[in-house]
Design a protein around this ligand. Structure first.
Ligand code: GLN
Length: 533
């Protein structure tokens, strides 16, 4: 087993996750089996309860773990299937150590950061490596060097590398090389200082990935090499990608990142075959058509809140040589000014998942607009719930129908809390989470889209469609096209008298890949394209 640790310096938001994932892409194309892991220094036990404003999207794994969105990059960029083991936070480490202490496992010893916390971190790195059956584990450490809370992780890595030896573990440091306009120069000092910070705690990176807006000339490379104590060819330039994040593996390959990594880790493999990846990128950046799709949400101004949805749309578009022009619509604006103003003229409407009352009435109006104007509609999770509420209110006359999440006293609770959720008081990791089977009814749009009568999809919800209203709504043209295998939970809904209106209780966006777009997104884009013409 070989280990690559990815650290970050100078500032956050340099794209460490993307660099780690991209290295994974290239190494896989060299025939190696790769898995990835993220260590997050914050104290939350998982990101599940963190606001999208703080943390972007919560990415859900097949086993139901609620994780950092970087794990989404890892799964999209490689073939690895991750589990809750692959995202470790300080909160989890302390939780485990304190549980052991309470149980008496430490036999009365003083419990300390070194060795107890660092041992727990090392155990987790080892067990992910061992359980994955991979050749290489890429471990990204969240935060920036110099952060107090990151220190136990870095110390654990120091010990770990000492234990497995330098041929088996390396550090790749992602750093910023800023261009100072007034001086007309790229500056290497921040990188030198961030590496010095690592050296202070006994870590020496073997590779540095330099995020830069300007090409690194030979002088700058030499300076970085000398001051940072890495070979010249281990100074890797990483400029901003021109069109798409999917270019990153191609650019890093061009810089020889995989060559140096394989040399350091003594891995002998053929050169990578990135043909398919290149083909995907070409389709993505040279579209022949365009389509305008609205996303009606409440975090539209945040880049990261709907990350997996944006990526899924890009995958679906590329497969059809089509660029997606995303129109971001704030659901609260629709509440004030009506749906027409914002949605008139878009070719498709997507309502994503969400929690809490803010903006919900706007999303309901968006579903109404899609139904009445016969615009293709894709509802995801809360998107399915608002489509159901809308239909109950406006097509079945159930006045003020609602979800009990937003109106606990509604006369018509068409969406209500799942039975097993009624006694749940903890907010963390307590929803219906992870992969569950859906049975798809033949003769429905969903069946046509999937081309089969079952699907495995990832979930994250507490509320569900209330089957008490099923008959009444079906009589009015509402179709329940998918349920849990025992028929109790509604998973897919659609509308009879509409060209393309489909919504699901789950999150298909967590399973779309560059060369394997998810069928729901693909069909939604195809329908939107047809509507655009
Ligand atoms: N808030 C809704 C629920 O808990 C929808 C959740 C979601 O969209 N992920 O059921």
């Amino acid at each position: 087993m070989k280990y690559i640790f990815v650290t970050g310096g100078v500032v956050s938001s340099l794209g460490k996750g993307l660099a780690a994932a991209s290295l994974g892409t290239i190494l896989e194309r060299r025939g190696l089996k790769v898995t990835l892991q993220k260590l997050d220094p914050y104290l939350n036990v998982d990101p599940g309860t963190m606001s999208p404003f703080q943390h972007g999207e919560v990415y859900v794994l097949s086993d139901g773990a609620e994780t950092d969105l970087d794990l989404g990059h890892y799964e999209r960029f490689t073939h690895c299937v991750l589990s809750r083991e692959n995202n470790l936070t300080s909160g989890q480490v302390y939780e485990t150590v304190l549980m052991k202490e309470r149980r008496g496992d430490y036999l009365g010893k003083t419990v300390q950061v070194i060795p107890h916390i660092t041992d727990e971190i090392k155990n987790r790195i080892r067990s992910v490596g061992a359980n994955s059956g991979a050749d290489i584990l890429i471990t990204e450490i969240g935060g920036t060097t110099g952060d107090i809370e990151g220190l136990p992780f870095l110390e654990a890595i120091r010990q770990f590398i000492l234990e497995v030896g330098p041929d088996n573990a390396i550090i790749m440091h992602v750093t910023l090389v800023p261009f100072i306009k007034a001086a007309g120069e790229l500056k290497t000092k921040p990188t030198q200082q961030s590496i010095a910070k690592l050296r202070e705690i006994g870590l020496q990176p073997q590779v540095i990935i330099c995020r830069t807006e300007m090409p690194l000339d030979q002088d700058v490379r030499q300076k970085l090499s000398m001051f940072c104590n890495v070979p010249l060819d281990a100074v890797i330039e990483a400029g901003d990608v021109e069109h798409s994040i999917y270019e990153a593996p191609l650019n890093l390959r061009e810089e020889g990142l995989d060559t140096i990594v394989c040399r350091l880790l003594r891995l002998e493999t053929p050169d990578p075959d990135l043909t398919e990846w290149k083909r995907f990128v070409q389709r993505l950046i040279h579209p022949k058509k365009r389509v305008r799709v609205a996303i009606v949400g409440k975090y539209v101004e945040l880049q990261d809140a709907y990350k997996s949805i944006y990526e899924s749309l890009a995958h679906a578009g590329a497969a059809q040589d089509c660029a997606i022009d995303i129109v971001q619509v704030d659901a609260e604006d629709i509440e004030v000014e009506g749906a027409e103003k914002y949605l008139q003229g878009v070719a498709g409407i997507l309502v994503p998942g969400g929690f809490g009352e803010r903006g919900v009435e706007g999303k309901i109006k968006a579903a109404k607009f899609a139904r009445e104007s016969r615009t293709p509609f894709l509802g995801l999770c809360l998107g399915m719930q608002v489509a159901s509420i809308e239909f109950a209110r406006n097509a079945c006359g159930l006045e003020n129908a609602n979800s009990t999440e937003f109106d606990p006293d509604t006369a018509y609770p068409v969406i209500s809390m799942m039975e097993e959720q009624l006694d749940v008081t903890d907010k963390g990791a307590s929803m219906r989470l992870g992969t569950w089977e859906t049975k798809i009814r033949e003769g429905t749009l969903a069946h046509q889209v999937y081309g089969k009568n079952h699907a495995s999809e990832r979930h994250r919800h507490r509320y569900e469609f209330n089957q008490k209203y099923r008959e009444q709504m079906e009589a009015a043209g509402f179709v329940i096209s998918g349920t849990s295998p025992d028929g109790t939970l509604v998973e897919l809904i659609e509308l009879k008298n509409h060209p393309w209106f489909l919504a699901c209780q789950y999150h298909p966006e967590f399973q779309s890949k560059p060369n394997h777009p998810h069928p729901l997104f693909k069909a939604f884009i195809a329908a939107s394209l047809a509507n655009e013409d």
